[in-house]
Design a protein around this ligand. Structure first.
Ligand code: FE2
Ligand code: FE2
Length: 316
């Protein structure tokens, strides 16, 4: 039954996938950037507010109006630190997943192995830059959710064995920051160094997204029952949680606001919901294009995550 629902409307074409993956490896080779050596990336953040008001998570809540300029600056630095920290942790999980895929592959000359090594190389380089950003931001917020990290550490290795699940999670973990970074990079009031970091990271992530999309049809075609179930029902919930926890509740305490109450309300503001929809609709589009679910059969957690109908079309 599950197999039927996950019909591969566009059966995967191994030759085309190999060509695309080889192209991406060539593109990565041509653009090796080390953020500790590249002229534009060795700088540091300025003082004060690093993100404009409208890109802060609580700018639509009434209490935002009473924050002083200093508090807004503080909040912006804490929010960026929270996003950077979740990005660094997500990339660590992604690298673990890719490394295990290499280990399990019988053919180490497979273009997917070679590309994975390029991607891991890029992730390690920009992760070093994220670590440097964190030391410049010096966040003081305590993340109340971090006490559950041991639960995630137990579950993650089990999820990483499922290749379709890993691939769709990677799409989620890369589409969301891509949109946030595009908005920050395009805004004139974003800190100039942060803008440069965002531009560099988006360039590398564009290839990673292209790879995740290119291999999705083959991952779905090879997926077992559990993997398919996870893709349809569990992954959208994990991505929803990833989005909501990008800015963790502890951040709000640094400007004297309640933690969980502010966090819950912030994630329900119209701009935050619109941002979630905009960031996750491309994932739904990739799933539908790869035939993950039949037209009209998109599952409820995906519909709620992206604000789309059962065919993946945006709701008004
Ligand atoms: Fe990355
Ligand atoms: Fe990436």
């Amino acid at each position: 039954m599950l197999t039927g629902m996950l019909a591969t409307s566009r059966p995967h074409d191994p030759a085309r996938t190999r060509d695309r993956v080889t192209q991406l490896s060539t593109a990565s080779l041509r653009r090796v950037i080390d953020p500790d050596l590249d002229f534009d990336l060795v700088g540091s953040l300025g003082d004060g507010q690093v993100l404009p008001d409208e890109l802060l998570s609580i700018h639509e809540l009434p209490e935002f109006a009473s924050l002083t300029l200093e508090q807004r600056a503080r909040l912006s630095r804490e929010e960026v630190a929270s996003i950077v920290e979740s990005g660094l942790r997500f990339e660590a999980v992604l690298m673990a997943g890719f490394s295990m895929e290499i280990f399990r592959n019988d053919d180490l000359t497979d273009p997917e192995v070679v590309y994975s090594l390029h991607e891991i190389g890029e992730e390690t380089r920009h992760s070093r830059l994220f670590s440097r950003l964190l030391s410049q931001l010096e966040p003081t917020a305590r993340n109340p959710l971090s006490r559950w990290r041991w639960v995630a550490a137990k579950i993650i290795p089990r999820i990483l064995r499922r290749r379709a699940t890993l691939d769709v999670l990677v799409l989620g973990g890369e589409e969301i920051p891509d949109l946030l970074q595009r908005k920050a990079a395009e805004h004139p009031d974003t800190d100039p160094f942060l803008r440069e970091v965002n531009r560099y990271h988006r360039g590398e992530e564009a290839r990673h997204l292209a790879y995740a999309r290119a291999v999705l049809p083959s991952r779905l075609a090879e997926a077992g029952r559990v993997d398919r179930f996870l893709v349809r029902h569990v992954v959208p919930r994990v991505i929803h949680m990833m989005f909501d926890t990008l800015v963790h509740p502890g951040v709000y305490a640094t400007v004297g606001l309640p933690t969980f109450d502010t966090w819950k309300r912030a994630n329900k503001t119209p701009s935050r919901v619109a941002l979630r929809h905009e960031a996750t609709r491309p994932i739904v589009a990739s799933l539908m294009a790869a035939g993950a679910m039949r037209d009209g059969r998109l599952t409820k957690p995906w519909r709620e995550l992206a604000g789309v109908d059962a065919s993946g079309q945006p709701l008004a």
